[in-house]
Design a protein around this ligand. Structure first.
Ligand SMILES: Nc1ncnc2c1ncn2[C@@H]1O[C@H](COP(=O)(O)OP(=O)(O)O)[C@@H](O)[C@H]1O
Ligand SMILES: [Mg+2]
Length: 397
C-alpha cells in the first residue's frame, strides 16, 4: 500500500516525523485504507498525491467493498469511482445517479428546463399582476381580483440555481517570441552521488506545450528550475531564445504574496495602471467573487493562494510559461477555466501536473523521466497514453 502511495523503501523504513506534511498525509491515508472500514469518508484524498498514486488509489477504490463518500476536484478520479453525485447549492442537495460527466450533462439539461419554466412562470405572474393592478379599483371585479391574489400567493415560485457563474478569462496576447524558445544542450545534473540528468538535450519551440512526467523524485522540478534559471546544470547549457518573457510558477511563488494585503490590494499593487473594474473581472475569472476580494492573503487557503498567484501571472501574460504543479489544490472550475484559456494561448509552455484533465487538454508534447534516458514523445498526452498503454510512467503494479 505504501509503495502504491509513492513511498520508496528508504522512506518506509524511515522515521515518520522526518516526513513533510504531504507525506504524513499519505501515511494517514494508508492507515485509514488498511483498516478496511465499512464506510470511507474522504475529503479531497487526491490533494497531496502525484498522478501515479492517484491512479493506484483509483484502482484500489474501484474494487473497494465498503461505501465511499468523498469530495474531489479531480474529474477523472470521480468518473472512475463514483456512481452517485450529490450537488450542494445554496443549502439544497440534489442527487444524481451517475458519474461526474453524467452529472454535468444532466445538470445542464435541468438548468435549461428550469430556465424555461422560470421564464414561463415569470410571464404568467406578470400577466396576473397586470390584471390585478388594472381592476383593483373596479367594484364589479372585486371578488375576481381577490381570488386571483389568493391564487397568486399560493403559487410556488421557481428559483434559479445560485451556483457561481464561471467567468471566461480572455488572455491578452503575449508578445511574440522567436521560434526557438529554449535549447537544452547536453545537460548534466547530479545531487551528491545521484545523477538526475546525464546528457539531456531538447529544443523547445514556439507554441509547443510540454508536459513533464515522472514519478516523485525523478527530476521534474529540477528541470523546470534549470529552464527558469533558478538552478544551474553541472555542465551543458540551457539557452533561452530571443524576445522571451518567462513566467515561472512553483508552490514557493505563494510565499511571495504579501500576507497583510487583501486579494484586490495585491492586484492593485501589481497593476497600478489598470482600472479596479478590470482587476475585479480578473479576480472573478479566478473564482474570487464579491467579498472574497477583500479577504486578507494571510487567511487564504492553498487553493485560493494558487488562484491569486496564477491570476497575477496571467493578467499580463509572459510568452513562456514554466509551471510546476499549478493545479495542486485548485478547484475543478478554475482548472477547467485554465485549460480553456491556455488552449488558445499563443505562447509556449513547460509544465508538471497531476491532473489528467489538464494533461489531456493541454499537453502537445511529453517528456517522460523514467530513471534512464528521458523519453521525448513528440505527440499529445492523449496519444502518449495510447502508445504507452498507461497514464503515467511510474505506476506501481
Ligand atoms: N537542492 C537539492 N539538493 C539535494 N538534492 C536535491 C535538491 N533538489 C532536488 N534534489 C533531489 O533530486 C531528485 C529530483 O528532485 P525533483 O526534481 O524535485 O523531483 P520531482 O520534481 O520529479 O519530484 C530528488 O531525489 C531530490 O531529493
Ligand atoms: Mg517536483
Amino acid at each position: 500500500m505504501l509503495h502504491g502511495l509513492g513511498f520508496d523503501d528508504g522512506q518506509i523504513d524511515g522515521d515518520c516525523g522526518a516526513l513533510s506534511g504531504g507525506w504524513k498525509m499519505r501515511v494517514a491515508l494508508a492507515r485509514v485504507l488498511l483498516g478496511r472500514p465499512a464506510v470511507l469518508l474522504m475529503d479531497e484524498p487526491t490533494n497531496h498525491l502525484d498522478i501515479e498514486s492517484i491512479i493506484w488509489l483509483e484502482q484500489f477504490l474501484k474494487s473497494y467493498q465498503g461505501a465511499i463518500l468523498m469530495t474531489s476536484h479531480d474529474r477523472d478520479f470521480m468518473n472512475r469511482i463514483v456512481a452517485r453525485i450529490a450537488e450542494i447549492d445554496a443549502g439544497e442537495i440534489v442527487a444524481y445517479t451517475g458519474d461526474y460527466d453524467f452529472y454535468e450533462r444532466e445538470r445542464a439539461i435541468r438548468e435549461t428546463n428550469l430556465q424555461a419554466a422560470f421564464a414561463r412562470q415569470q410571464a404568467m405572474l406578470a400577466k396576473e399582476q397586470r390584471f390585478i393592478d388594472r381592476f383593483r379599483t373596479h367594484a364589479a371585479k372585486a371578488a375576481q381580483v381577490q381570488s386571483r391574489i389568493k391564487a397568486l400567493d399560493k403559487i410556488e415560485r421557481i428559483e434559479l440555481p445560485k451556483r457561481r457563474q464561471v467567468v471566461k478569462f480572455e488572455f491578452r496576447p503575449p508578445p511574440r517570441s522567436g521560434d526557438q524558445v529554449a535549447v537544452i544542450e547536453d545537460v548534466h545534473k547530479k545531487f551528491g552521488p545521484r545523477a538526475i540528468y546525464e546528457g539531456f538535450s531538447l529544443t523547445i519551440r514556439r507554441g509547443e506545450r510540454w508536459a513533464v512526467m515522472g514519478r516523485n523524485g525523478a527530476g521534474k522540478t529540477t528541470l523546470l528550475r534549470m529552464i527558469a534559471g533558478a538552478a544551474e546544470p553541472d555542465s551543458g547549457g540551457i539557452r533561452l531564445g530571443a524576445s522571451l518573457k518567462l513566467g515561472y510558477f512553483a508552490q514557493q511563488a505563494l510565499d511571495l504574496l504579501d500576507p497583510e494585503l487583501s486579494v484586490i490590494d495585491q492586484l492593485q499593487r501589481d497593476f497600478p495602471h489598470d482600472s479596479l473594474g478590470s482587476l475585479r473581472t480578473l479576480a472573478g475569472a479566478f473564482q474570487f467573487s464579491g467579498g472574497d476580494v477583500d479577504k486578507r492573503i494571510r487567511y487564504l487557503s492553498g487553493g485560493e493562494k494558487s488562484r491569486l498567484a496564477m491570476a497575477r501571472m496571467l493578467y499580463d501574460p509572459p510568452n513562456f510559461l514554466v509551471l510546476d504543479e499549478p493545479t495542486n489544490h485548485l478547484d475543478l472550475a478554475t482548472k477547467e477555466m485554465l485549460v480553456d484559456a491556455l488552449k488558445d494561448f499563443e505562447g509556449t509552455m513547460v509544465f508538471v501536473s497531476h491532473d489528467r484533465t489538464f494533461l489531456r487538454g493541454l499537453a502537445s508534447r511529453v517528456i517522460e523521466l523514467n530513471g534512464r534516458d528521458p523519453l521525448v514523445y513528440p505527440g499529445s498526452y492523449v496519444e502518449y497514453v495510447e502508445k504507452m498503454g498507461r497514464e503515467a510512467p511510474g505506476i506501481w503494479r
